[in-house]
Design a protein around this ligand. Structure first.
Ligand SMILES: [Zn+2]
Length: 103
């Protein structure tokens, strides 16, 4: 039986075959999740804490991720460039259809 600190489900078990063809169990503590990264450029998102889901639920809603559209998914630079690109697309499209109405 493993020692008391390893008798918990927070410890991951891995069955390993040793060079002497003996089967042993290797234990490893669950590690912290990786840092949240921007989906467009891959930069580390500063507003997202690196915590387990159980610890995240203890935080306030605003402490978990930035409170804006795409917060915790895109970094601020990528979001602003995305918004600018979208605005340019929308400006170009209706001008052909209703260019006389605007003037
Ligand atoms: Zn980015």
């Amino acid at each position: 039986m493993p020692r008391p600190s390893l008798r918990t489900r927070t410890v991951k078990r891995r069955n390993v075959r040793t060079p002497g063809s003996r089967r042993v169990v290797h234990y490893s503590r669950l590690s912290k999740p990786g840092e949240a990264r921007c989906s467009a450029c891959g930069a580390i998102l500063p507003g997202v804490p690196r915590l387990k889901p159980s610890k995240m639920s203890n935080l306030s809603r605003s402490g978990r991720r930035p409170n804006r559209p795409y917060g915790g998914y895109l970094c601020s630079a990528c979001l602003s460039s995305k918004i600018r690109a979208q605005v340019l697309i929308e400006e170009k499209a209706p001008q052909k259809a209703s260019g006389k109405k605007q003037k």
